[in-house]
Design a protein. Structure first.
Length: 137
């Protein structure tokens, strides 16, 4: 089950760098909060797929549920409960506050993953060289 998929690892690294650049240099009201949330599910998904050979839907739904969990922990102000509200790393990882639009961004990111994987499957099925694709239904 533990494998190394270089394609997903490269995608994860690119998305990680993109997220870091957004965090460091973008201080607006759209890109940083919402595009960052949209991309973070893709980042986590790519990281999971880089090391674990799990079906597309399982990985995508698992990542989406994880993102929802983090967001709902923000709703309950878990950092304050744990005494970590002043910890910058914890705040960056967990986020600041619950917003329904973040749930929408995670959902759209996951739908994009599923769409891209389905499109990629179609491309691979049209290739004579690659018959090892996994099905997205």
């Amino acid at each position: 089950m533990l494998t190394l998929n270089k394609k997903y690892l490269i995608i994860a690294v690119i998305l990680f760098i993109t997220e870091v650049l957004i965090a460091l240099y973008t201080h607006d009201r759209i890109i940083r909060p919402y595009v960052g949330d949209y991309l973070v599910v893709m980042l986590i998904y790519s990281f999971v797929k880089a090391f674990f050979n799990v079906p597309v839907k399982v990985a995508a739904i698992g990542v989406l549920l994880f993102a929802y969990l983090i967001e709902f922990l923000q709703f309950f102000d878990v950092l304050k409960m744990l005494g970590l509200q002043g910890n910058q790393l914890a705040t960056v990882v967990m986020g600041y506050n619950f917003e329904w639009i973040d749930i929408l961004a995670y959902t759209l990111g996951t739908l994009t993953i599923l769409g891209l994987e389905k499109w990629n499957l179609g491309q691979e099925n049209n290739s004579y060289l690659n018959n090892r694709s996994e099905k997205v239904r």
